[in-house]
Design a protein around this ligand. Structure first.
Ligand SMILES: NC(=O)c1ccc[n+]([C@@H]2O[C@H](COP(=O)([O-])OP(=O)(O)OC[C@H]3O[C@@H](n4cnc5c(N)ncnc54)[C@H](O)[C@@H]3O)[C@@H](O)[C@H]2O)c1
Length: 280
């Protein structure tokens, strides 16, 4: 059901790769809620071609950009304002990538060139985006910028690797820039910390199926889906959340406040059946 929450608003959505992407769902909902926006991703991601389908459905133009390139970001922001006919009201940063994860380099055996790339793509790109928008005065008063994060920024989750450091930095950038942007332009900057979700990036995490089962059992409301994340993002982009800024907001069915649940305990005890003291 649509509520016209973004009627008349203009934006940019980063990170829609395929129909599973969180950004894909955000674009669909933003269109339903009355927004106009441009879509962007890397030239490599464009080659998969699925984004054209989304662009057609949402009546949106695609502007390729590598989020680590200032030139690309400048071009993206200027072109978006030209196409949309004015300044922006919302931006979604939905980008993450680690070569260490891809190449199965564990956290105590990282390649540092990969590590730098992880940080550049997954976190510093957010600063580059905000700084470029600031330079061009590209966002309207009360505009809202959201990046997607994960609880590995606060807690150790096996296998998340250097992406944990990237998310910690991403959340810090949201706070630090949120202060400046709030103070000077009344623009909001937040991160949404989403449940593990079956997407291309999500599937790269080691043992993801076990993790999804664990977080589902631990969360009183169950894991949040990509669709539900998109719904919540609509609220964050809308005028209904005007005074929320510099926050990392958990959208995770309650997982972040749990220590042990009945459902997880039952499963854990089951796996201990038949194990003697000597085995432990
Ligand atoms: N899937 C999960 O379990 C989960 C949970 C919490 C947070 N997140 C975060 O949500 C965001 C979106 O991920 P997703 O799960 O939808 O996966 P996804 O693979 O669909 O999206 C990741 C996107 O990042 C883009 N990207 C990579 N390098 C880029 C670059 N240099 N410039 C521009 N774009 C680039 C990819 O092309 C892709 O579209 C990420 O920040 C991810 O860390 C995901």
């Amino acid at each position: 059901m649509a509520y016209n929450l973004l009627k008349g608003k203009k934006g940019i959505i980063f990170g829609a790769l395929d129909h599973k992407s969180i950004a894909w769902k955000v674009a669909e909902k933003a269109h339903e809620e009355g927004a106009v926006f441009t879509l962007t991703n890397t030239p490599t991601a464009m080659r998969f071609g699925e984004i054209n389908e989304l662009a057609e459905k949402c009546n949106a133009e695609i502007i390729p950009a590598d989020a680590t390139s200032i030139d690309d970001i400048e071009n993206l922001i200027q072109k978006s304002m030209e196409i949309l006919g004015g300044k922006l009201d919302f931006i979604l940063h939905s980008i993450g990538m680690s070569m260490n994860v891809r190449k199965k380099r564990v956290y105590n055996d990282l390649r540092y060139d990969y590590f730098m790339k992880t940080l550049d793509i997954s976190s510093i790109s957010f600063h580059k985006l905000l700084q470029t928008c600031y330079k061009f005065d590209a966002i309207n008063e009360w505009g809202s910028v959201v990046a997607l994060s994960y609880i590995a920024a606060q807690r150790v989750l096996y296998g998340y690797n250097d992406m944990a450091d990237a998310k910690a930095l991403l959340e810090s950038v949201a706070r630090s820039f949120g202060y400046i942007y709030g103070r000077e332009k009344k623009i909001r900057v937040n991160t949404i910390s989403q449940s593990p979700t079956r997407t291309t990036a999500g599937s790269g995490v080691k043992g993801v199926e076990g993790l999804l089962d664990f977080t589902e059992r631990m969360s009183p409301l169950g894991n949040a889906t990509a669709d539900e994340c998109a719904d919540f993002t609509m609220v964050m982009f809308s005028d209904l959340s005007k005074k929320v800024t510099m926050q990392n907001i958990y959208h995770d069915g309650g997982f972040s406040s749990m220590g042990m649940s009945m459902r997880a305990m039952r499963q854990y005890n089951k796996s201990l059946d038949g194990i003697s003291e000597d085995d432990i």
